[in-house]
Design a protein around this ligand. Structure first.
Ligand code: BGC
Ligand code: CA
Length: 274
């Protein structure tokens, strides 16, 4: 498979579980999290969230939307304040949020998993700009990467335990999903599919946890190349133009690739100023 390069470590921050890089284009900075360390990183700033933090999305100015272990919160990365917004209706104890992202309409999609990865204990939820939280999928084991194609007609989704990337037809206006089907399968010896990012040409980049790389799949699901990472537990990736940021359990890496991708979509709610 062609190599698009090797990612190099770009931050001195050592994480317990580095995850969820998102390019915040408006603020011109990278957001990412240390899930198990409970820390959120925004450019040069770090916020201790006081709880595990599964995912983060840009919102407005210094306010970001964070998925804490059991609730959604507005975090001000300027003063470090954390304001609770909505509890996650976990069906049982010992759960936490995992990967999450906003679609083009500013709806935040957030998945969960059991801390012990108990089969089917997790779910996928959707938090709308008006504050409504709904359950989208149940019987998920490790809810992970999600992303949309440039035309907003497809949503890609990974439940890591399936060893697959699935794809849904996506109805941008209503946010409804339909017709779930396999997009690509990952052999277990290649690693566990984790986070994903979709490029401007419709390619789907998938971080392989335990596999030490990010693999790109063409829109038809055929693997077309890869980025190497010098550590095995690669968790997620995102684009900042043609620069790809890659998180691994230990920290943050980056590499320039011959493709570009969109920045993270911001959450569409109205931020309360206080
Ligand atoms: C989860 C980890 C898990 C990994 C591979 C990550 O998104 O946060 O806990 O080990 O995926 O399944
Ligand atoms: Ca992940």
């Amino acid at each position: 498979m062609p190599s698009f390069g090797i990612a190099e470590q770009v931050s001195p921050i050592r994480t317990r579980l580095g995850e969820g890089p998102r390019w915040d284009a408006e603020a011109g900075r990278l957001l990412w999290v240390d899930i198990e360390g409970g820390r959120l990183h925004a450019g040069e700033r770090t916020v201790d969230c006081g709880a595990m933090v599964g995912a983060v999305a840009p919102w407005a100015g210094d306010t970001v939307l964070a998925a804490l272990r059991d609730e959604l919160a507005a975090v001000d990365v300027g003063d470090g304040s954390v304001r609770r917004l909505a509890p996650i209706p976990h069906g049982r104890p010992g759960m936490r949020t995992n990967d999450g992202a906003c679609d083009a309409a500013g709806r935040f999609w957030i998945g969960t998993m059991s801390l012990d990865e108990a089969p089917s204990a997790g779910a996928l939820y959707r938090y709308d700009p008006d504050g409504t939280l709904r359950t989208v999928l149940t019987e998920i084991t490790v809810s992970n990467g999600l992303g949309w194609d440039a035309e907003d007609r497809l949503m890609y989704y990974i439940d890591s335990r399936t060893q697959r990337v699935d794809v849904f037809d996506f109805h941008a206006e209503s946010g409804e999903l339909e017709n779930r089907r396999p997009f690509a399968s990952i052999p277990a010896e290649d690693g566990i599919p984790d986070g994903l990012a979709v490029d401007d040409e419709g390619g789907v980049w998938v971080a392989l946890y335990g596999g030490g790389r990010v693999v790109r799949f063409d829109p038809d699901g055929a693997p077309s190349g890869e980025v190497g990472v010098p550590v095995p537990k690669v968790t997620a990736c995102c684009f900042a133009g043609s620069r790809m940021y890659v998180t691994a359990r230990e920290g943050l890496f980056a590499v320039d690739v011959p493709y570009s991708g969109p920045p993270a979509r911001p959450f569409g709610g109205t931020p309360r100023t206080s």
